[in-house]
Design a protein around this ligand. Structure first.
Ligand code: ADP
Ligand code: MG
Length: 728
């Protein structure tokens, strides 16, 4: 009897399930633990409050004196909440969030002590950068780094710690985190979009910000069952496991009722989110059993990114209280729907005007078309970058794997807007006749329905879809930090808007009217972007062939995708936008490649260990039982035993064959892994892990899963798929 697995199942039956009580209205919890604008108004003098709130909007520097006063207010507020420590909370390139807790406690010379926190401590903290990945930056240059306060994202309290959202930078100025490039990209898109708005649409615009609404998918797994699976514990996914008799074919869980343990977990999570100011609004079952989704109201992109990182962090902690493990991996179970994180992206003015939302009149719709078509042009120009910024070993299981969006980046815009494109493509070159202008304004632009949101044609297979008033980027993986895709989206959009402005101004200089110039440039763009527009089934083989004919990249694996990151085109993009330097691009690329190799390497080691310590011994044990049985039959029936033992003998043979293959494959896998580990060049190493190591993982799995079907259930040591997915 395999103890861990059965103990876990037994425990499930006696689980003392915790019911979570929501004590008050959710709105009353909202921002309880956030030092936001409202709290600041309460704790700061009028003057200081004005300075900080303007600085947050404009991005201006805050001087030391003001910082001291803010720190004082933060301390006062924190102490009222029983806080003892503070930490700069940042997002290093490891993927997790990082904290180094320092105490407010400060001894005085006379033996007394006070709580101390000042502007200096608020602005800067020095974690030990040596344990964070930096892609060679620290080897070649100044090693140490520091964290610096990001005033645009409010501080918050978790437990007894005040968390101060921060950026993480090396002393030589290189960025070592996700947030810094994002903030720069947001500045870049603000500048470019504001300029376009002011020049052509609205003189009053002073700021354009990017909005993000993420949708987080995840799996819940009983903690006991999870602990009995070394692969889940060490890699976040199952490396072996036969699919259950009942899969997700029935689709009976999608929008079905949420099981009560999961519901209790969600309620507690939502209350925690509310307290931290994360405006979660929807929860539901997802396609696969025990898979769920959580989504907030959209927010300014920097804040939304912080909130998603924070959410991923607190989910794990709250899940433990309900005896769950949260699986954020993109593909915890083979053959079952994986998890993504749709990123809904748009731009909005300081007046709250969504630039990707059509409006009531032709002028407003021309504004919509401008931003809409420029987004498409930006993606058309940089599809590899979108693919590579979502690349990871775990997301490779999802992209192009017949359920999630394909690895080919294309854009879905829907039939109504396709018709608008067809009309706009016919616009005459140069000056437009008065008739044509009227026709355009009234019958093309003017007819763009104000609410495209009701549009029912929502292609689920597209990696990048327009959904009425925003673009939905669906290629992002569930475990990813949203900062990367947001950095890319806003950088390419800024770059594109700058080019657009130059092109339109050139035509205006040549004597065209503003609108004529815009129509002319947009018409040319529409002609150029045609290949990337696709309305059909993104999962089909025909699309793969069609995309190839159109010249679209199909970067199936991460190493292929990551290889495109360091092209001159991409370096020019990031450098000209002051988002990332060449050195930073290379460093980040190296980190991602190394992370990829490390992940595959760990999986290889774990599967080898599992095979040797769990699987092979189990096969042998069952085989011995069968051999005993055959021997017994022989004793009883003498030479006639053969007829009676036919099946057992066949089983013994099959188990032998699988065990033999598993032993051989483990040996070869470890040898291949060892060779790959010796490669020093990051790209080459990732290529070898991808091409040479991964096939062994798949072959091994094939034999292990076959054994699972042959061996007595009572002996199988690992929780099975049916147990992990269907026990609620
Ligand atoms: P659906 O659930 O059908 O995909 P919704 O309209 O409910 O569509 O929106 C899904 C997500 O899009 C939500 O997280 C929402 O906050 C986000 N969203 C809506 N409008 C915007 C916007 N202007 N910018 C960014 N995200 C948005
Ligand atoms: Mg969605």
């Amino acid at each position: 009897m395999s103890t861990l697995r059965f103990k876990a199942i037994e425990n499930l039956n006696v689980l003392d399930l915790k019911t979570f009580k929501v004590e008050k209205k959710l709105s009353e919890y909202f921002c309880e633990n956030v030092f936001n604008i409202d709290t600041m108004r309460q704790y700061l003098s009028k003057d200081v409050f004005k300075i900080i709130s303007t600085a947050i909007d404009s991005g201006e520097q805050i001087n030391r004196d003001i910082a001291d006063q803010i720190a004082l207010a933060m301390k006062e507020w924190s102490l009222s909440k029983g806080v003892t420590h503070y930490t700069h909370w940042f997002q290093p390139l490891t993927g997790a969030t990082a904290e180094k807790h320092d105490s407010f406690f400060s001894p005085l010379e006379d033996g007394r002590a006070i709580e101390r926190f000042n502007g200096g401590m608020l602005i800067q903290q020095e974690p030990d950068a040596s344990s964070f990945p930096n892609g060679g930056i620290r080897n070649t240059f100044e090693a140490r780094g520091y964290t610096a306060w990001d005033p645009t994202s409010p501080a918050f309290v978790i437990g007894t710690t005040l968390c101060i959202p921060s950026v993480f930078i090396s002393y030589t100025g290189e960025t070592l985190d996700y947030k810094t490039p994002l903030l720069r990209a947001l500045q870049s898109v603000d500048a470019a979009a504001t300029e376009v708005m002011r020049a052509y649409f609205d003189r009053k615009t002073t700021k354009v910000y990017s909005t993000l609404g993420w949708e987080q998918e995840y799996f819940l797994l009983d903690l006991g069952l999870a602990n009995a699976r070394p692969d889940i514990t060490l890699t976040g996914r199952t490396l072996v496991g036969h699919s259950p008799a009942k899969g997700q074919q029935l689709d009976d869980h999608y929008f079905g009722s949420i099981p009560s343990r999961a519901l209790n977990f969600m309620m507690e999570l939502e209350v925690e989110c509310m307290k931290l100011g994360i405006p979660v609004t929807t929860r539901h079952n997802e396609v696969a059993p025990n898979q769920f989704e959580l989504a907030p109201m959209f927010e300014e992109a920097n804040l939304a990114v912080d909130h998603n990182s924070l959410l991923m962090d607190i989910m794990g902690r709250i899940a433990r209280k309900h005896n769950y493990k949260v699986l954020l991996h993109e593909k915890p179970y083979a053959g079952v729907n994986g998890s993504g994180k749709h990123n809904n992206w748009s731009l909005s003015t300081d007046a709250g005007d969504n630039l990707l939302s059509p409006g009531k009149n032709p002028k407003r719709n021309l504004q919509f078309l401008t931003f809409f078509i420029n987004t498409i042009k930006a993606v058309h120009e940089f599809p590899e970058l979108i693919r590579s910024c979502v690349a990871s070993a775990s997301n490779d299981h999802r992209l192009g794997a017949n359920e999630a969006p394909p690895a080919i980046i294309s854009i879905f815009i829907g039939s109504q807007l396709t018709e608008v494109f067809n009309e706009l493509e016919k616009v005459t070159e140069g000056k437009l006749s008065p008739d044509e202008k009227t026709e355009l304004k009234l019958n093309v632009v003017g007819k763009i329905p104000e609410i495209l949101l009701d549009n029912t044609d929502r292609n689920r297979t597209s990696p990048f879809a327009f959904t009425g008033n925003k673009f939905e980027v669906r290629a992002v993986g569930s475990s990813a930090n949203c900062a990367e895709i947001m950095t890319v989206m806003n950088t390419i959009m800024a770059f594109q808007l700058r080019k657009f402005k130059v092109a339109v101004d050139e035509l205006i200089e040549k004597g065209l009217k503003k609108d004529e110039a815009i129509f002319n440039v947009l018409r040319d763009y529409i002609k150029e972007v045609r290949p990337i527009l696709f309305e059909g089934d993104g999962y089909s083989q025909e699309w793969v062939e069609e995309a190839e004919k159109r010249g679209l990249a199909n970067l199936i694996t991460s190493p292929e995708a990551l290889a495109t990151e360091t092209t001159t085109k991409h370096i020019n993009l990031f450098e000209s936008s002051a988002v990332l330097s060449k050195r930073e691009i290379y460093a980040r690329n190296e980190i991602k490649l190394e992370k990829y190799s490390t992940n595959i390497s760990i999986e290889a080691k774990v599967l080898a260990d599992l095979s040797r310590n769990h699987i092979i011994p189990t096969g042998i044990r069952y085989q011995n039982e069968l051999i005993e049985n055959v021997k017994g039959l022989k004793e009883i029936f003498g030479e006639d035993y053969r007829d009676k033992a036919e099946q057992q003998i066949q089983l013994i043979k099959e188990i032998s064959e699988h065990n033999f293959e598993i032993t051989r494959l483990v040996k070869e896998l470890l040898e291949t892994r060892r060779k790959a580990e010796q490669i020093t060049e990051a790209q080459e190493k990732a290529n070898v892990f991808c091409k040479d190591v991964i096939p062994y993982l798949n072959q091994l799995r094939h034999h292990v899963d076959a054994l699972e079907m042959l061996v007595d259930d009572e002996m199988w040591p690992l929780p099975k798929y049916r147990e992990m997915m269907f026990i609620k």
